[in-house]
Design a protein around this ligand. Structure first.
Ligand code: ADP
Length: 481
């Protein structure tokens, strides 16, 4: 241990806390201060191969436990998260930057996912199917897929892992996980929590280091039966292509370009509240963040004015300080992307309503920004900004709004504000997205299916559907001789 509680600087392979074979490490920084928090192992293919072998060995026992036994361990894991939530939240804010209140929320939903899957573990039902043969019976059972590789991003380093780990373990699978290099500690902490919960060695293995070396091994190794990935569409496509060589099952939670529609008949105060939550949570760094505000002409100016007032009330700073609602961006590359999108929009005629530049605090802090007069010709129409920039597009008719909303290769989350019931249904059905919030800007919960369509990926996490990706369906035909 070093530094903060739960800050373990090692990988977990087959129940052993180990360094990289070479002894190499890499630095982890606090994005709010730029300070080095610590160093974790810079592992590669060889360590990953051993982690996969350890997971395969542990699968022999774990897959044969009863659902009740797995449920009990998962309940203990959820309890360990709850018990240590303050320490885990501080660790998360320190490496990721989000305000402490949001970090507490992330640990809470992580525990909720694990608790949910503890409950779902006992509901992996099969089927009997009426047989077309008088002397044969047809049974359908569901079995764990085997060793699962889980690759997770830096924006939600705890909760993105919780919904993969929770589902995999509930189904009877074992896991090798590779967290994002910017935020490894929140994932490594799960190894300590698993020990506290009495989860057997090898059921959860954690490897940090070279993304291409670890990812290459995880996708090529025939013992790995499934890849579950949350991250960019670009890397997701690459991993899927790599995994095709051994025909692994894949779940992909990829990028989004969420539209946020505000109709003339909307409750504007509710729309502003939803917009703040949807756009500025985690400083705009969520894959379900509103990326395009598409506002009807009749309320465009009124919405913009009220939205800007609320945005000016956001408090930018170090997430560990009381009252801060906007932390730093994860790194300078992320800041440059926001700057590029603003410059592109302004160059094509848009105007800054509030914010627009790096924050006086320096580092990777950025002013929460709204830009008006945005058109489909601008980069923000097509690309995910992943930062605190709200571009306001204008529309006239419902058909036009739906067409604009769907004019993207992405399909993760969409939002719409309207008080017209017929319109609410037409819009919900017309939006080509995996998740739609009507008069609701933050909709993620462990009980509902999270996932996208189109190039936002495939598979669903959380909810009763979240176990399907970790189970193979087996058909048994029993002849009565
Ligand atoms: P982001 O743009 O959000 O950083 P990435 O898709 O680059 O998203 O990263 C998400 C996760 O994928 C991280 O854990 C990252 O280390 C990992 N990753 C990046 N490149 C590769 C790769 N070539 N193979 C496997 N994993 C990768």
């Amino acid at each position: 241990m070093s530094g903060l509680p739960f800050q373990r600087e090692a990988n977990l392979i087959g129940g052993e806390w180990v360094g990289a074979d070479s002894g190499a490490t890499f630095e982890v920084n606090n994005p709010a201060t730029g300070e080095v928090i610590g160093r974790v192992p810079n592992a590669g293919a060889a360590e990953t191969r051993r982690a996969v072998a350890a997971a395969a060995k542990a699968f022999q026992g774990w897959s044969r436990t009863t659902a009740a036994e797995r449920a009990e361990k998962l309940r203990k894991l959820a309890a360990a998260l709850e018990k240590n939530k303050e320490e885990l939240a501080v660790l998360l804010t320190t490496e990721q930057g989000k305000p402490l209140a949001e970090a507490r929320g992330e640990i809470a939903i992580s525990a909720a996912y694990v608790q949910w899957f503890a409950e779902e573990a006992r509901r992996v039902y099969g089927d009997t199917i009426p047989s077309p043969w008088a002397n044969r019976r047809i049974l359908v059972t569901r079995e764990p897929v085997g060793v699962v590789a889980a690759i997770t991003p830096w924006n939600f380093p705890s909760s993105m892992l919780s919904r993969k780990l929770g589902a995999a373990l509930a189904a009877g699978c074992t896991v090798v996980t590779k967290p994002a290099s910017q935020t490894p500690y929140s994932a490594i902490a799960w190894g300590l929590l698993a020990e506290e919960a009495g989860i057997p060695p090898g059921v959860i293995n954690i490897v940090t280091g070279s993304a291409s070396a670890i990812g290459g091994e995880l996708t090529a190794n025939p013992t790995v039966k499934k890849i579950t990935f949350t991250g960019s569409t670009e890397i997701g496509k690459m991993l899927m292509a790599q995994a095709a060589g051994t025909m692994k099952r894949v779940s992909m939670e990829l990028g989004g370009n969420a539209p946020f529609l505000v109709f003339d008949d909307a409750d504007l105060d509710a729309a502003v509240e939803g917009a703040i939550g949807s756009k500025y949570r985690n400083t705009g760094q969520t894959c379900v963040c509103a990326n395009r505000f598409i506002v009807q002409a009749g309320v465009y100016d009124a919405f913009a004015e009220r939205f800007a007032k609320a945005v000016r009330d956001l408090k930018v700073g170090n997430g560990l300080e009381a009252g801060v609602t906007q932390g730093p961006l994860i790194d300078d590359k992320a800041v440059r992307k926001v700057e590029e999108h603003i410059a592109d929009a302004l160059g094509k005629g848009a105007k800054v309503l509030t914010g627009g530049k790096r924050h006086a605090l320096g580092g990777s802090f950025f002013e929460p920004t709204i830009v008006t007069g945005v058109t489909p010709a601008m980069a923000v129409a097509k690309e995910e900004t992943f930062g605190p920039l709200a571009p306001l597009f204008r529309f006239d008719t419902e058909e036009q709004a739906i067409a604009m909303a769907n004019d993207t290769e992405f399909g993760l989350a969409a939002y719409a504000y309207t008080r017209d019931l017929g319109r609410a249904f037409r819009v919900m059905e017309g939006l080509q997205y995996g998740q739609v919030g009507i008069n609701a800007g933050v909709i993620t919960t462990e009980v509902a299916p999270f996932g996208g369509v189109k190039e936002s990926g495939m598979g669903r996490e959380g909810s009763k559907y979240g176990l399907d990706d970790y189970l193979n369906v087996k058909y048994g035909c029993l002849g009565l001789s």
